[in-house]
Design a protein around this ligand. Structure first.
Ligand SMILES: Cc1ncc(COP(=O)(O)O)c(C=O)c1O
Length: 399
């Protein structure tokens, strides 16, 4: 390159300060571990160390890491066409909607596709508000629904709400307190009630079945939309397709994400037939693209062929039983493969010890609760390995 050209380029793109060059906006507390490979319920870091994954990358890995059928489906799709916008026909969306409707037990509900959990909840709130013409939302204490503007406003955590997020009309009510919900709905200004299938971030709290049944009936009575956030508790994790199905109710809107794409970013909502779609009412550039659909279809196919929801019920029950025989534990909560363990105070460091001494990933939650969210394909043998290590660590503290 001629010298004068080089000079011009250098003046246009001055060298970045070495301290600041290419740095990331530092918002995550993360471990000094870098996974580079994974298979089934195992993860390998860049130094070749193997870990057992009882965290599922935050409840995301449903069918197991790098499932060959899933890998092939994504590879084949991206070779054909990876993306085109929602301005054209996409028969993969139809295939996904049909398979999801059948497998979830909601054959009459319509599917709207997006890219994340927060976006699914944001759209659910909008759909409910368009439908009722109202804006006040009832949410529950301890709730987590995401970080976008509406989703964070209905999340019970002021620390993650910016001044910009404040101003939504939201009332938080203790979980399972039907009398207070009834009083609030009677005021006539409520658009929707939103509730997690199981509260995850709060520390695994399952809403009582009769509470959900009464909630359904008072929402009907007051023409209020009932939204079930199944983003973490859905997609087979609890041993049914959605956790609320243990109570027999049918919500008006169900939101999904995490397990839906086994790591590929896909979110969505199932919407009851009472909602009328209008052109332009909701929308997204990336939502429902061909690659996302191929990933989500492969997930449903593998879930069906390998009976993973049934596996979550069976192995989850085994895991709970084995946990109940350990010392050092105050309470075990949850369903299927969404389990919370509240340890006695002396055992509060179990998560770090499992990771660094036993090489087992687990999740955390408020008040030092450990969250177990392994892939739905986890085996009894892998549970035995986990229990054996946890038992050993607990005995080293409590004996
Ligand atoms: C119950 C629930 N809702 C919503 C979200 C937000 O999902 P996302 O992080 O994909 O926006 C989460 C994420 O942890 C969640 O657990």
């Amino acid at each position: 390159m001629q010298n004068d050209k080089k000079e011009i380029l250098n003046s246009q793109f001055p060298k970045a300060h070495p301290l600041y060059s290419g740095r990331l906006f530092d918002v995550y507390s993360s471990w000094e571990i870098e996974p580079v490979k994974a298979k089934g319920c195992n993860v390998q870091d860049k130094n070749g160390k193997e870990y057992l994954d009882f965290y599922g990358g935050h409840a995301v890995i449903s069918i197991g890491h790098s499932h060959p059928q899933y890998v092939r489906a994504i590879q084949k799709q991206v070779e054909r066409i990876g993306f085109y916008s929602n301005s054209v026909q996409n028969s993969l969306q139809k295939e996904l909607a049909e398979k999801l409707a059948g497998q979830s037990g909601y054959p009459d509900y319509a599917l709207f596709l997006c890219n994340s959990g927060a976006e699914a909840n944001e759209n659910a709130l909008k759909a409910a508000s368009f439908h009722t013409g109202k804006k006040r939302i009832i949410a529950f204490e301890g709730s987590f629904h995401g970080r976008t503007s509406g989703a964070v406003a209905i999340t019970d955590n002021p620390a993650i709400q910016a001044p910009f997020n404040i101003g939504h009309e939201v009332t938080f009510i203790p979980l399972n307190d039907i009398d207070t919900v009834e009083k609030e709905l009677a005021r006539g200004d409520v658009c929707a009630v939103i509730i997690e299938g199981i509260q995850g971030v709060a520390g695994i709290f399952v809403p009582e079945n009769d509470f959900l049944q009464q909630l359904r009936s008072i929402c009907n009575k007051n023409d209020v939309i009932l939204i079930l956030d199944e983003i973490q508790s859905g997609y087979g994790r609890t041993g049914k397709f959605f956790s609320h199905q243990f109570s027999g109710i049918r919500p008006d809107i169900i939101t999904m994400a995490k397990g839906m794409g086994n790591g590929f970013p896909v979110g969505g909502m199932l919407i009851s037939p009472q909602f009328e779609a209008r052109k332009g009412m909701l929308g997204t550039t990336f939502g429902g693209n061909q690659l996302a659909c191929a990933a989500a279809i492969a997930v449903l196919d593998v879930m069906r062929e390998e009976a993973l929801t049934e596996n979550a019920a069976r192995v989850g029950a085994y895991l709970k039983k084995e946990l109940s025989e350990l010392s050092g534990i105050e309470e075990i909560r949850g369903r299927g493969l969404m389990i919370g363990i509240a340890f006695r105070p002396a055992c509060s460091d179990m998560r770090n010890r499992l990771l660094f001494e036993s090489r087992i990933f687990t999740g955390g939650a408020k008040n030092n609760v450990m969250r177990l969210l392994p892939p739905l394909s986890v085996s009894k043998k892998e549970v035995d390995f986990f229990i054996c290590h946890l038992k050993h660590l607990l005995e080293s503290v409590t004996i």
